[in-house]
Design a protein around this ligand. Structure first.
Ligand SMILES: *[C@@H]1O[C@H](CO)[C@@H](O)[C@H](O)[C@H]1NC(C)=O
Ligand SMILES: *[C@@H]1O[C@H](CO)[C@@H](O)[C@H](O)[C@H]1NC(C)=O
Ligand SMILES: *[C@@H]1O[C@H](CO)[C@@H](O)[C@H](O)[C@H]1NC(C)=O
Ligand SMILES: *[C@@H]1O[C@H](CO)[C@@H](O)[C@H](O)[C@H]1NC(C)=O
Ligand SMILES: *[C@@H]1O[C@H](CO)[C@@H](O)[C@H](O)[C@H]1NC(C)=O
Ligand SMILES: *[C@@H]1O[C@H](CO)[C@@H](O)[C@H](O)[C@H]1NC(C)=O
Ligand SMILES: *[C@@H]1O[C@H](CO)[C@@H](O)[C@H](O)[C@H]1NC(C)=O
Length: 913
C-alpha cells in the first residue's frame, strides 16, 4: 500500500521539477517479463531483455529522465505457476508485460490482461489462435505459426508430397500449430494423414512408442513441431529406431534452429544425428546493429557472463523491450500513468482473495494503441504490427543439416514463396508469385541422398494393392487375361504400368480379374467394388461418368471417348455411275486393253483363213472389234476357225467369265448396301423411332440411353462382340437385328477398322474419357494423374495406342482406302498374265509358222530341188523378216484369187494340223 502511494508522489515531484506542460514524466516505469529462465528460449531471452533494458535506460533519446524498471518472473514452464506469477507481477503496477513465452500461459493470462488492461507483448508464444479477437491485449512481436505453417505447407508442396505425419506436443502451441498446418496443406491438396501427439512432459519411452507406431503407416514425411526444450531427443530416438535413413523425410519447425543456435558450442555429435533434417528459421535480415549485437554477445560469452548462444528469440526479446519502451515514451508524453480499483472485480471480503491489489491500468487502451503503431528498425528487422496484432512477417529461412553443418538453402516469404535470394532484396522488385519460379538449393536428405525422397511407402505390413481388372471377352486388345499364360495384358495395362514407373513411390500391386470371361463384365459393378473396398483400384477401359465419380476418385483420362452411333452407311453417293464402281481405274484400263489385244490377235490369227475377217479394211476393223466386244455377251457371229485362234478364245472366255461374275457380285453387293442404309440420321431419329438399338454388354451406354435419353429398356439389345455387331446391323431392325449401335468411340473405331458398310453417324454425343478408378482420397489417384499427363506429354500414350491398335495401320488411316467392294487389278493379275501369255504364245507360233512357210516358198521359187543351206540360215532369216510383209501381200493376192474360185479354201502350206 505504501508503494502505491509512492508512485503518484514521485510523479508529482516530476511535474514540479520537470517543467513538462501536459503530463508528469514518472521517474520510474515498471514493466514485467514472464518466461522460463531455464529454457532454450529463456536463456537467450533473459540476457537479451536485461541488455535491452540497460540500453534503453542508457539512451537519452528515449524515456529521458525516466527509468524503465523490469520485473522478471520465472514460470518454470508450468501453466499454473505462470498464472500465479503473472498475478503477482501485475500487483507491481506494471504497464506492460513482456512475454509470456509459452502459448498455454498466454491463453491463461491474456484474459487477466484483458480485465486489467495491461498489454502483453510476447516474443515467443507462436500459437496462431492467440491472434483471436478474444485477446485484444495480446500483441505478438514474433511471427505467428500460421505464417510458419504456410511456409511448411509450401515446402511440402514444393517437393510434391501429399501426405505427412505430424508429431507435436499436445498443448495449445503444438495442437493449434498443426491444425494451422492442416488448413494450409488442404489448400495444396495435401493433408496431415496422421497426427501423433506427445504429452507435454514427454519422455524417451513416449517417443519410442510413438515412433514405432508410426513406422507401419504409409507416409514417410514427418513434421516435428515440439517445444525446443527436450532438445534433440526425438531425433536421437529416431536414429536408434533406424528412422534417420533413406526414404524418411524430417521437417522441423523453428524450434530446431532455436535449439541448435542456443548451443554455446556446436555439438558435433548432435549434428551428425540430424543429418538430412530440414528446418525453418525465422528470417532476420543481416544488418550492422545485428552484427554489433552478435559480437557483443560473443564478448559476453567469452567473459563467461552468458552460457547460451544467441538465437532468433533472443533478438526478438531485445526488440520487444525497445518497442515497449518507445511506446511508453510516447504514452507518457500524453498521459499520466494511473491505476484504479476495478469495479468488475468482486468484493475481496466475499472471495477472501486479496484482489484489491489488482488495479486496472487506466491508460491501457491508449498504450495498446501506441504499441500497435510501433514502427522502427530493430535487430531482427523492421518492427511493425499488422491487423492481427502480429509482427509484420519477415519470412523464414530454410535450413538443411548436412555434413555436420547448418546450410541455409533458401528463403520463404509470404506471397513470393521460395527463392535463393533473401526477401529484403526482392522488395520493390516485381516479384513473381508463380510457384514455377520457386527455387531452393539442393537439399541433402537423410541417408545422404540428394534426390527428393518419395515420401510415401506402402506400409510395411500392408498387403499389395488389389487392382481389379475387367476380364473382357470382346475387344480384348484393351484389357483381358491371356488364355494360355493367364497373364493380364492389354492397352490399359500397359498404360498403367508405364504410369506407375512415373509415380514417385513404390506401389506393390496384384491384379485381380473381374468377370467370367464369357461376356464383358459390368463396369458399374467393378467401380462399386472399388468403392466397397473389395479392390483398392480398378484399371481398365473404365469410362469416367458422373455417377461413378460420386463414389470413387478417377485419374486423369488417358484416352478421350464419347458415345457414338454406328449404323449402315451409304458409301456410294453417285448412283448414276454405280456400274463403274466395281472396278478400279487400272482394272478398267487393263480390261479394255485386253479387249483390244484380243481383237488384234484374233484378227491376225483368223483373217487368212476365216472369211468373216475379210473384206475392205474398214469392215475388217469393225469386225475385229465387234468380235472382241461381243465375246462378252457370247453373241459373236463370227466363228474362229484356226486352232490357235480357238485356243486363245478358250482362255479369253475363261477370263471373261471370271471377270464378269466378279463384276456382277461386286455390283450386287454395292447395291445391297445401298438398300441396307437406314434413315438413322442422329441421336434424335434414334430416340423418336422405335427401332431396336444395340449397346455393348457392361457398358454405361445402357444406363445412359435408358436413364438420360429415356429410351425404353425393351428397345435396348445387348451385344457382346464385334461379330454380334456386324450380324445385328446386317439383319436390320426389321429382321431381329438393330438399327444402330451406341458405343464408345475407341471400340467403334476398332470395329469399323475392317468394316466398310457401317460408319459413325454424326458426332459423339457425350464426351468423356477412360481413367483408372481409385478409392476416395487415395494418394495414388493424384500421382497417377500426374503420371498420365507426363505420358501424354512425352508421346508414350500415342505409342502404346499404336502398339496395340495399329498393327495394320491405325483405324482412321485404314478407312482411307479405295471404295469398298471395288475389285482391284491385283486380284486378277494372274488371270490376265495367263491369258496374255497364251495369246502371245499363239501369236508367236503363228509367226514362226509363217516364217517357215515363207522360207520354204522362197526355196521352192529359187532352187526348186536343192535342200536349204543351214550355213546361210541367219542371212536368210533376216531377209525373211524384211520380206515378210511383201509376202503377206503376195499371199493375199494369191488367196484372193483362190477364194474367188473355191468355196472353202484349202490354203497352200497352211498344213501342220
Ligand atoms: C534529457 O533531459 C535533460 C534534463 O532532464 C535535458 O537536459 C536533456 O537535454 C534531455 N535530453 C534529450 C535528448 O531530450
Ligand atoms: C552433445 O550432444 C550429445 C547428445 O545430444 C550430448 O550427450 C552431449 O552432452 C552434448 N555435448 C555438448 C558439449 O553439448
Ligand atoms: C496528469 O496529472 C497532473 C497532476 O496530477 C494533472 O495536472 C494533469 O492534468 C494530468 N494529465 C492528464 C492528461 O490527465
Ligand atoms: C515505418 O517507417 C519507415 C521508415 O523507417 C517508413 O518508410 C514507413 O512508411 C513507416 N510505416 C508506417 C506505417 O508508418
Ligand atoms: C543440384 O542438383 C542438380 C540435379 O539434381 C544438379 O544438376 C546440380 O548440379 C546440383 N547443384 C548443386 C549446387 O549441387
Ligand atoms: C449409375 O446410375 C444408374 C442409374 O442411374 C445405377 O443403376 C448405377 O448403379 C449407377 N452406377 C453407380 C456406379 O453408382
Ligand atoms: C475384323 O478384324 C477382326 C480382328 O482384327 C476379326 O476378328 C474380324 O473377323 C474381322 N472382320 C472382318 C469382317 O473382316
Amino acid at each position: 500500500m505504501r508503494y502505491l502511494v509512492f508512485v503518484p508522489l514521485s510523479v508529482f515531484m516530476l511535474v514540479v521539477f520537470g517543467g513538462i506542460v501536459c503530463c508528469q514524466r514518472p521517474a520510474v516505469v515498471n514493466i514485467g517479463a514472464i518466461f522460463t529462465f531455464n529454457s532454450v528460449i529463456g536463456r537467450a531471452a533473459k540476457v537479451a531483455i536485461e541488455a535491452a533494458v540497460s540500453d534503453v535506460n542508457a539512451d537519452p533519446m528515449i524515456l529521458n529522465g525516466t527509468e524503465l524498471k523490469l520485473f522478471m518472473r520465472d514460470v518454470k514452464c508450468n501453466v499454473f505457476m505462470g498464472s500465479i506469477e503473472a498475478f503477482q507481477l501485475i500487483e507491481k503496477e506494471v504497464v506492460a508485460i513482456i512475454g509470456p513465452q509459452s502459448s498455454s500461459i498466454a491463453h491463461m493470462i491474456s484474459e487477466v490482461a484483458n480485465g486489467l488492461k495491461v498489454p502483453l507483448v510476447s516474443f515467443a508464444a507462436t500459437d496462431p489462435t492467440l491472434s483471436a479477437l478474444q485477446f485484444p491485449y495480446f500483441i505478438r512481436s514474433t511471427q505467428s505459426d500460421s505464417q510458419q505453417m504456410a511456409a511448411m505447407a509450401d515446402l511440402i508442396d514444393f517437393y510434391g508430397w501429399k501426405e505427412v505425419i505430424a508429431i507435436y506436443v499436445d498443448d495449445d502451441y503444438g495442437r493449434n500449430g498443426i491444425s494451422a498446418l492442416s488448413n494450409m496443406l488442404e489448400k495444396n491438396m495435401a493433408k496431415v494423414s496422421y497426427k501423433l501427439p506427445l504429452p507435454v512432459q514427454f519422455n524417451q519411452h513416449d517417443i519410442t512408442v510413438l515412433l514405432n507406431n508410426s513406422k507401419p503407416l504409409g507416409p514417410r514425411v514427418y513434421v516435428v513441431h515440439v517445444s525446443p526444450d527436450p532438445g534433440l531427443r526425438i531425433f536421437t530416438t529416431a536414429q536408434k529406431l533406424q528412422m534417420m535413413t533413406n526414404n524418411y523425410v524430417w521437417l522441423a519447425t523453428d524450434w530446431l534452429s532455436a535449439t541448435l543456435e542456443s548451443f554455446s558450442k556446436m555439438n558435433q555429435t548432435s549434428l551428425r544425428i540430424l543429418q538430412g533434417v530440414v528446418g525453418l528459421r525465422q528470417h532476420t535480415p543481416d544488418s550492422i546493429p545485428k552484427k554489433a549485437f552478435l559480437s557483443r554477445w560473443s564478448g559476453m560469452q567469452q567473459k563467461g557472463l552468458v552460457s547460451a548462444g544467441l538465437n532468433t528469440y533472443g533478438l526478438y526479446a531485445y526488440d520487444t523491450v525497445w518497442a515497449v519502451a518507445r511506446s511508453i515514451d510516447k504514452f507518457i508524453n500524453e498521459h499520466n500513468i494511473t491505476f484504479s480499483a476495478s469495479h468488475e472485480l468482486p468484493d475481496s471480503k466475499a472471495t477472501r482473495v486479496q484482489l484489491e491489489q489488482l488495479k486496472v491500468f487506466d491508460g491501457g487502451t491508449f498504450l495498446l494503441r501506441k504499441l500497435l503503431q510501433t514502427n522502427f528498425t530493430g535487430l531482427s528487422g523492421q518492427v511493425q504490427f499488422n491487423q492481427d496484432r502480429n509482427i509484420v512477417s519477415r519470412g523464414y529461412d530454410v535450413i538443411n543439416i548436412d555434413k555436420m553443418e547448418i546450410h541455409r538453402v533458401g528463403y520463404w516469404f509470404d506471397g513470393s514463396g521460395f527463392s535463393v535470394l533473401p526477401p529484403e532484396t526482392l522488395k520493390g522488385k516485381n516479384v513473381s508469385h508463380s510457384q514455377l519460379d520457386w527455387k531452393l538449393q539442393n537439399i541433402t536428405w537423410p541417408g545422404g541422398k540428394t534426390e527428393t525422397p518419395r515420401g510415401w511407402v506402402i506400409a510395411d505390413n500392408a498387403r499389395p494393392l488389389r487392382i481389379g481388372v475387367p476380364r473382357r471377352a470382346s475387344f480384348v486388345g484393351f484389357v483381358t487375361e491371356e488364355h494360355d499364360s493367364h497373364k493380364v495384358q492389354g492397352y490399359c495395362i500397359d498404360i498403367f504400368l508405364e504410369a506407375l514407373k512415373l509415380v514417385p513411390y513404390d506401389v506393390p500391386y496384384k491384379f485381380e480379374l473381374f468377370g467370367d470371361g464369357l461376356s464383358n463384365p459390368s463396369y458399374d459393378g467393378l467401380v462399386k467394388m472399388v468403392a466397397n473396398d473389395v479392390f483398392d483400384a480398378a484399371v481398365g477401359d473404365i469410362a469416367i461418368v458422373t455417377n461413378r465419380t460420386k463414389i470413387v476418385d478417377f485419374s486423369q483420362p488417358y484416352i478421350s471417348t464419347g458415345l457414338v452411333i454406328v449404323a449402315p452407311i451409304n458409301n456410294h453417293k453417285a448412283s448414276a455411275w454405280v456400274f463403274l464402281k466395281p472396278f478400279t481405274v487400272e482394272m478398267w484400263c487393263v480390261t479394255a486393253a485386253s479387249f483390244v489385244m484380243i481383237a488384234v490377235v484374233i484378227w491376225i490369227l483368223e483373217h487368212r483363213v476365216n472369211d468373216d475377217f475379210r473384206g475392205p479394211p474398214r469392215r475388217q476393223i469393225a469386225t475385229m472389234f465387234l468380235f472382241s466386244f461381243s465375246t462378252l455377251f457370247k453373241t459373236n457371229q463370227e466363228a474362229t476357225v484356226s486352232s490357235l485362234g480357238r485356243f486363245v478364245m478358250v482362255v479369253w472366255l475363261f477370263l471373261l467369265m471370271v471377270i464378269t461374275s466378279s463384276y456382277t457380285a461386286s455390283l450386287s453387293s454395292i447395291l445391297t448396301v445401298q438398300q441396307l442404309s437406314t434413315s438413322v440420321k442422329g441421336i434424335e431419329s434414334l430416340i423418336t423411332n422405335d427401332w431396336p438399338i444395340g449397346y455393348q454388354v457392361g457398358s454405361f451406354a445402357y444406363s445412359y440411353l435408358s436413364d438420360s435419353l429415356r429410351i425404353q429398356k425393351s428397345r435396348l439389345i445387348s451385344l457382346g462382340s464385334p461379330e454380334d455387331y456386324e450380324r445385328a446391323l446386317r439383319q436390320g431392325p426389321r429382321n431381329g437385328g438393330v438399327a444402330a449401335i451406341v458405343d464408345e468411340l475407341p471400340y467403334v473405331q476398332l470395329f469399323l477398322s475392317n468394316q466398310t458398310d457401317f460408319g459413325i453417324i454424326g458426332q459423339p454425343f457425350t464426351r468423356s474419357g477412360w481413367g483408372f478408378a481409385f478409392q476416395r482420397d487415395s494418394p495414388l489417384a493424384v500421382g497417377m494423374s500426374t503420371a498420365i499427363l507426363k505420358l501424354s506429354e512425352n508421346g508414350m500414350l500415342q505409342k502404346l495406342h499404336e502398339k496395340w491398335f495399329c498393327k495394320e495401320g491405325c483405324p482412321e488411316e485404314r478407312r482411307q482406302h479405295s471404295e469398298p467392294h471395288q475389285l482391284r487389278l491385283i486380284s486378277f493379275w494372274g488371270l490376265y498374265l495367263l491369258c496374255g501369255t497364251i495369246t502371245f504364245t499363239a501369236f508367236l507360233v503363228f509367226l514362226l509358222r509363217m516364217v517357215c512357210q515363207y522360207v520354204r516358198y522362197k526355196q521352192q521359187q529359187m532352187h526348186p530341188h536343192s535342200p536349204s543351206s543351214s550355213s546361210s540360215f541367219s542371212t536368210r532369216y533376216s531377209k525373211a523378216v524384211f520380206n515378210f510383209f511383201d509376202f503377206i501381200d503376195e499371199k493375199e493376192e494369191a488367196i484372193k484369187k483362190m477364194f474367188t474360185q473355191c468355196d472353202y479354201p484349202q490354203v497352200h502350206g497352211s498344213s501342220g494340223r
